[in-house]
Design a protein around this ligand. Structure first.
Ligand SMILES: Cc1cc2nc3c(=O)[nH]c(=O)nc-3n(C[C@H](O)[C@H](O)[C@H](O)COP(=O)(O)OP(=O)(O)OC[C@H]3O[C@@H](n4cnc5c(N)ncnc54)[C@H](O)[C@@H]3O)c2cc1C
Length: 600
């Protein structure tokens, strides 16, 4: 049975020291988030994740969700009880607005808890995770009446929510949606159609589920310009807030799938179900994007979460399993063999995992701070800068975070050798569960194109220029410290590769869009490397300052400097190779006709 302990010390370091949210009492909710409160929330939420939710991960994977003949869905044993404890403790309310019963604390705290919960059990974490996305859309676009009807119960966790985009013929290309919405005399709409792959589409955790559904009005234009968003509750809500009749929406089947077995991925049948328009007609995609952006950050955190739990178990195994001898001679001559930990190739994998998870955690939590700054910073300039950076980094957190998260989970499985392939040991579950994060919420190729095709050119490149400047500033600040100068030089070089790749795209992608498509993946990864480099510099400067101040926790801060050095030496050089691939352009990628791919 694998183990999990929430990385509370590391999250505390990032939130209280690197991001220093205590100094931002100008932001709503931050005044309450003293370093002590942050420490307590992290400690207690980490305990909840590790002690209540993690033990259900492996058995939940094996039991899966079950659909009865009447279409009702049951989650694996223990899920309902654990979810009731989640609601009772109010864990879902951390960063939700106080106006609807939330605690109004900074998003960084909510993000840290999302990581803990997802490491403990990705399937479980997805139930409240999906509802969070639905809440964001209703908060942004719902009418006051819709907000009053649905938000308090969704935020308390009494009701959960889903997002319904995908149909059999319509995945990435939402312009192909066919589900219909017919206006009714009472102001509602009759929703008819079939949605597939709907996470948490039905379950027994809550008495109601609020589905957010994309559908077309009768006179809607074709393509993405004719899509509207509807609230479709599983159980209709009476005017006094009590639950009424069952709506005409049901789970037609549960998908059999590679991972996240304990999260019900449902075919949802809408048979003239009552739905209510959210926002304006035909503007559903914009509303859904609010939900998707929140969810994309959440999926990036899922990538990190599987890397983290796999890393913890990779370290534990390397420190317990004995095979072979250290290259320089026996490390423990009294034993029959040395620990796996002595082998440089095992250490390489562990260091890559450590440098990724700690760097990615800092990036994701910075993303959480940017969410708050974009909404509530005092000046328009600061709000806009945060919004620009968040927009730019969202596809990177999702795409780079999950590509590397999956790669890390696989590397940690490798440390377990053949035992990593055996189900009872749990390592293969982390790999299976991590795999979906690269696909849903926009496949990673689509994230890369979002970065290159939309985020880069927006406002004449304002966001990427801001990012370049932030990295340059951090490199300049770190260069004076001998402990960080080498890392700063390497991150500066990676940033120069990113600048050159950006310039190449500007010069070569307008006339030939395939050049952007063929290099987008590489561009997203270079950006990810530079973003993590920026994080390692910030963490390095904070660690150096703590050491200078005579900290009692010397080992923790020294490890930060050593891991940052590893990141500089072993990860940043990839930026150059990726840039060269990108600059090769699309010709060789697109050269062959379809028949040349046949091998038979
Ligand atoms: C377990 C699971 C849970 C899910 N949960 C939900 C949910 O809750 N709600 C919901 O609505 N949907 C959900 N989905 C659907 C998911 O979001 C889609 O599978 C995903 O968007 C991709 O759509 P598709 O599978 O039809 O692939 P396609 O759109 O057919 O794409 C196939 C592949 O082609 C490539 N590709 C396609 N278009 C482009 C492009 N324009 N540029 C570059 N590459 C491209 C990508 O590599 C992609 O992976 C879920 C799916 C799964 C498997």
């Amino acid at each position: 049975m694998p183990s999990y302990k929430a990385p509370v010390r590391d999250a505390r370091f990032i939130i209280n020291e690197v991001l220093d949210i205590g100094s931002r009492s100008d932001l709503p909710g931050f005044g309450a988030a003293s370093p002590d409160l942050v420490a307590t929330v992290l400690e207690e939420s980490g305990k909840f994740a590790a002690e209540v939710v993690a033990p259900l991960n492996l058995p939940g994977d094996q039991a899966g969700c079950v659909r009865a003949a009447d279409g009702s869905v049951t989650t694996p044993p223990g899920f309902k009880e654990a979810y009731a404890k989640f609601v009772e403790a109010g864990w879902g309310t951390l960063s939700q607005p106080e106006a609807f019963g939330g605690q109004g604390l900074p998003h960084v705290l909510g993000f840290a808890f999302e990581e803990f919960l997802s490491s403990a059990n990705q399937s479980f974490a997805m139930y409240p995770g999906l509802a969070n996305g639905a809440v964001s859309a209703i908060l942004a676009k719902g009418s006051p009446e819709q907000q009053a009807t649905y938000l308090p119960k969704m935020i308390s966790g009494e009701w959960l929510g889903t997002m319904n985009l995908t149909e059999p013929q319509c995945g990435t290309d939402l312009g192909l949606i066919r589900t219909k919405a017919e206006p009714q005399a009472d102001g509602s709409h009759a929703i008819t159609g079939t949605k597939i792959f709907i996470s948490a589409g039905d379950h027994d955790l809550t008495e109601n589920i609020i589905h957010l559904v994309l559908a077309r009005l009768p006179d809607a234009p074709g393509g993405t310009k004719g899509i509207s968003l509807f609230i479709v509750p599983k159980v209709l809500v009476n005017a006094d807030g009590s639950l009424g009749e069952r709506n005409a929406v049901s789970c037609g089947a549960i998908e059999h799938k590679m991972g996240i077995h304990a999260n019900a991925t449902c075919v949802m049948n809408y048979d003239g179900a009552k739905g209510w328009l959210v926002g304006e007609p035909n503007k559903g995609l914009a509303a859904m994007f609010i939900m998707m952006n929140a969810a994309r950050l959440g999926v990036g955190i899922q990538g990190l979460s599987q890397a983290e739990v796999a890393y913890q178990n990779g370290v534990a195994y390397a420190l317990e399993r004995r095979q072979g001898r250290a290259l320089a001679g026996p490390a423990e001559p009294g034993e029959k063999a040395d620990l796996l930990f002595v082998h440089p190739d095992v250490r390489r994998m562990l260091m890559e995992a450590k440098a990724f998870t700690e760097g990615m955690r800092a990036l994701a939590l910075w993303g959480g701070l940017l969410v708050d700054l974009a909404h509530a910073a005092q000046t328009e300039e600061e709000r806009q800068q945060a919004d620009d950076l968040l927009g730019l980094l969202t596809p990177v957190i999702k795409g780079y975070g999950t590509d590397k998260g999956y790669e890390t989970a696989t590397a940690m499985q490798q440390i377990w050798g053949g035992h990593g392939f055996i189900v009872e040991n749990g390592m293969e579950q982390f790999v299976r569960d991590a795999r979906i994060t690269m696909i849903y919420e926009g496949a990673n190729g689509v994230q890369a194109m979002d970065l290159v095709g939309r985020k880069l050119p927006a406002n004449m490149g304002r966001a990427i220029q801001l990012f370049f400047a932030a990295v340059d500033k951090e490199c300049a600040a770190a260069k004076d410290d001998a402990r960080l100068a080498e890392l700063a030089g390497r991150v500066e070089k990676a940033n120069a590769e990113l600048k050159a790749a950006t310039m190449w795209l500007m010069q070569n992608a307008m006339a030939k869009p395939d050049n952007a498509g063929a290099g987008a993946h590489h561009y997203m990864h270079i950006t990810g490397i530079v973003a993590l480099g920026l994080m390692w510099l910030r963490m390095g400067r904070t660690a150096a300052a703590a050491l200078d101040a005579g900290t009692e926790d010397k080992a923790f801060y020294e490890a930060k400097l050593a891991t940052g050095r590893f990141f500089g030496e072993r990860v940043t050089p990839d930026a150059g190779a990726l840039r060269r691939k990108l600059e090769a352009g699309a010709d060789a990628v697109m050269a062959l006709p379809a028949e040349a791919f046949a091998t038979a």
